[in-house]
Design a protein around this ligand. Structure first.
Ligand code: ZN
Length: 316
């Protein structure tokens, strides 16, 4: 059986493992279970090997539609997660899954999460006042009041981490995979990348404003390429070593915008031109990099939507 005391004991009332002014890191049972059940439902749907075969099928069935949905863009799935952050009673399905998960998965997962926090948190706490200031002025954005909650948890979908909304009492909620962010440099950069997402609406608005002034539409994803570039640059400054390569450059993310970013955004980061000039140059130059980039791909009916996909449904 499940008592209120039990879930409070592992949710909001759980002692935070660490606290820095800007970030609160934690390893939370229900958030981890929620993501685990979704991932397990997805494995079942795809016929992949399950991580916890003793988990009841009826639990996984209730998560089937969440398994198809995007962790970032599906409002219902985000609301479900945010309710857990805010301390609401977990669903019946999660409560039914809790015992077997607590028994077989959680002890080692919690250990991995806490180990990650112990390694990453000190450098984030040390550098965050400076890096957050740099990022805020680079974007021309105002950080939201309060701390960004960072839940350490695997099963974040196709991305290493994701950030959504603003559950009560937070300035944004990041979920980050300790396995795929095991490398300290990657973890450090991704924490600040995800923090940038808490103000991405301001970045998009600034970009669209400049684009409208020059009579163009800002290319799709350019705002995200700006975040990758800026957080990568700030991380490389904070962790000065010759072999530091920002994540996007290492893993070939948004390469169509690299040239434009290097020519127009980087000079702003180095204080050589104004942000207005940088944004205008960037919008104009970004189109040059887009030629030859595939925008649409055809998939069959049985295709399972990936996080980040934008769908165009063909009728008839
Ligand atoms: Zn991102």
């Amino acid at each position: 059986m499940f008592s209120r005391r039990q879930f409070l004991g592992t949710s909001l009332a759980a002692p935070l493992l660490s606290a820095s002014p800007r970030f609160r890191f934690r390893s939370d049972f229900w958030i981890n279970l929620h993501h685990f059940v979704r991932a397990e439902a997805r494995r079942r749907m795809l016929g992949a090997t399950r991580a916890l075969p003793s988990l009841e099928d009826s639990v996984l069935e209730t998560y089937e539609r969440h398994a198809r949905a995007s962790l970032i863009f599906d409002k219902e799935l985000v609301a479900l997660k945010d309710a857990l952050v805010e301390g609401s009673r977990p669903s019946q399905a999660l409560q039914r899954a809790a015992d077997v998960y607590r028994d077989q998965i959680w002890p080692s997962q919690d250990r991995e999460n806490r180990f990650w926090i112990e390694r990453v948190e000190p450098s984030v706490a040390r550098d965050s006042p400076r890096v957050m200031k740099q990022l805020g002025s680079a974007y021309g954005a105002k950080w939201l009041k309060g701390a960004i909650l960072v839940d350490v948890c695997p099963d974040t979908g196709p991305t290493l981490a994701y950030t959504t909304g603003r559950p009560r009492g937070t300035a944004g909620h990041v979920v980050i995979d300790p396995g795929r962010c095991a490398e300290l440099d990657v973890a450090f950069e991704i924490v600040f990348h995800e923090a940038s997402h808490t103000v991405d609406d301001q970045i998009v608005a600034a970009l669209n404003g400049v684009a409208a002034r020059v009579g163009r539409k800002a290319p799709e994803d350019l705002w995200h390429a700006i975040i990758f570039h800026t957080a990568g640059f700030a991380a490389s400054r904070a962790r000065p070593r010759p072999d530091f390569v920002p994540y996007a450059r290492r893993f070939n993310i948004h390469p169509q915008f690299w040239r434009a970013l290097d020519d127009h955004w980087q000079p702003w980061l180095e204080g050589k031109i104004s942000r207005g000039e940088a944004l205008e140059g960037l919008v104009r130059a970004a189109y040059a990099g887009l030629r030859g980039t595939p925008l649409l791909r055809l998939e069959g009916k049985e295709y399972i939507v990936q996080d980040g996909d934008v769908l165009v449904i063909r009728h008839g």
